[in-house]
Design a protein around this ligand. Structure first.
Ligand SMILES: NC(=O)CC[C@H](N)C(=O)O
Length: 296
């Protein structure tokens, strides 16, 4: 689960992108996720972005199905680029909900096609700023070479950051630089607001939005390392949740013929983790995908 922005303290977390970062549980099943959320959610004076509002007893209501459940199914999450096996598994999961009394509501999140581009501007911009402190003096790795101050900075950072982190620092510095800031960073912030508004509109009529977690099943380790754009495209359905600050959850809903797991993504209105967990539990109680493991 990725909780609502501000639901869980980030104290102790290394900052990546401060307006997106949120701690969330990985778990074997929904109950474990609810248990963990009960333990970690809530206000923390050591993180000023953590929100001071009561934490529901997630485990207590977990087994209460949501009656009259309305599921928003965005057409943008089932378009070009979605692997056929993944699409079929997600549609079968939606049918399962229908069998349990849910209504599927066709919706549109019109700005979601722009979410990926906006995310890969906002996230590197913030990362480039946050990672500035890893300069070989204040934090992190320091080069063993005895060189002058400026070379110590640059060598420490060149040695300490991997290629993907370096790429993000360079991209982030570029989109924030004077002359380009309005064209990229400020524009991305505007897109972000529109992405958030799409969800506000959707949650006015639906309890939850559902779709695939990723457009295809897992790729081989390192397979896309030389093609960052292909790598970023795997995030096409999950970045909206971060940009909008809303809670999201992925649960297993099947396997591909090759034996790789497929995820069903559930997105909820801000601070509706309790409802999201109950909806996830409805599916888990009716199926046993969560108990199956891929053969490695
Ligand atoms: N929601 C997401 O998919 C965000 C994480 C993303 N994979 C990243 O690399 O920053």
């Amino acid at each position: 689960m990725k909780p609502t922005y501000g639901r869980v303290s980030r104290y102790g977390l290394i900052a990546f992108a401060s307006s997106l970062d949120q701690v969330g549980p990985f778990s074997h099943d929904v109950r474990d996720c609810a248990l963990l959320m009960e333990a970690i959610a809530g206000h923390d004076r050591r993180d000023s972005t953590s929100v001071d509002r009561p934490v529901p007893a997630y485990t207590r209501t977990l087994d209460q199905p949501v009656t009259g459940l309305r599921i928003g199914v965005p057409k943008e999450f089932f378009g070009q680029g979605l692997d056929a096996e993944v699409g079929a598994a997600v549609r079968a999961a939606l049918k399962e909900y229908e069998k349990r009394g849910a209504t599927l509501v066709p919706i549109s999140l019109p700005h979601s096609p722009y979410a990926l581009a906006a995310y890969y501007i906002v996230a590197p911009a913030e990362a480039s700023s946050n990672l500035a402190r890893f300069d070989g003096m204040h934090y992190g790795h320091r080069t063993a070479e005895k060189v002058d101050l400026i070379a110590t900075y640059s060598k420490s950072r060149a040695e300490g950051f991997g290629p993907e982190v370096q790429r993000r620092i360079i991209l982030g510095t570029y989109v924030l630089s004077s002359g380009y800031k309005d064209a990229y960073y400020v524009k991305a912030l505007k897109v972000r607001r529109l992405v958030k508004k799409d969800f506000d509109d959707a949650f006015a009529t639906c309890d939850v939005v559902m779709g695939p977690t990723t457009p295809s099943a897992a790729f081989e380790a390192g397979e896309k390392s030389d093609d960052p754009l292909a790598l970023y495209l795997s995030d096409v359905y999950t970045v909206s949740c971060n940009l909008a600050g809303i809670p999201g959850l992925s649960i297993p809903c099947g396997f591909t013929k090759a034996g790789l797991p497929i995820g069903l993504q559930l997105l909820g209105a801000p601070f509706e983790e309790e409802k999201l967990l109950r909806i996830a539990r409805m599916y888990e109680a009716a199926t046993d995908w969560h108990a199956k493991r891929p053969t490695l």
